[in-house]
Design a protein around this ligand. Structure first.
Ligand SMILES: [Cu+2]
Length: 143
């Protein structure tokens, strides 16, 4: 049954057959391997952390757009910007894309981290941008 395993997984070693091998050893190893492979399929982050990159395309989006696309309504939260860029950026949240009414304006930072407090947002959509680079925008959906 080892032959049916996808070749992308690391070869799992089995003990040699010399000595006192039990008659069900092979079946047990098949079960262990199948369970290990299912664990990696179901937990792509675990697979990647183990150096198995077959499921890297299933890791999900950890970008700011994805993280802010769904926030819990009516609950304040801290928003940490880890700006790894030497250029200055911030996260400024406004009621809408007119950017006339601010809700939370983060500190403009370069190559460092800053945390801003975002007040509880009632359910709905909000606009955010970098106040330095107005073309860097996104939408927050509170629900
Ligand atoms: Cu910017």
């Amino acid at each position: 049954m080892t032959e049916s395993r996808p070749p992308v997984y690391p070869e799992l070693t089995r003990p040699g057959t010399d000595g006192a091998a039990g008659r069900l050893d092979e079946a047990l190893y098949d079960l262990v391997e199948a369970r290990f492979e299912r664990l990696l399929r179901d937990n792509p982050i675990l697979a990647t952390s183990m150096g198995i990159h077959e499921h890297d395309d299933e890791l999900g989006d950890a970008g700011v757009d994805a993280l802010l696309s769904e926030v819990e309504a009516d609950k304040a939260f801290g928003l940490t910007l880890d700006n790894k860029d030497s250029a200055p950026h911030n996260v400024a949240i406004y009621t809408d894309s007119g950017a006339g009414t601010s809700i939370s304006v983060g500190e403009v930072v370069s190559a460092t981290t800053t945390t801003q407090q975002v007040p509880a947002l009632t359910a709905g959509s909000y606009f955010f941008r970098c106040d330095v680079h107005h073309e860097m925008t996104g939408t927050i959906n509170a629900s």
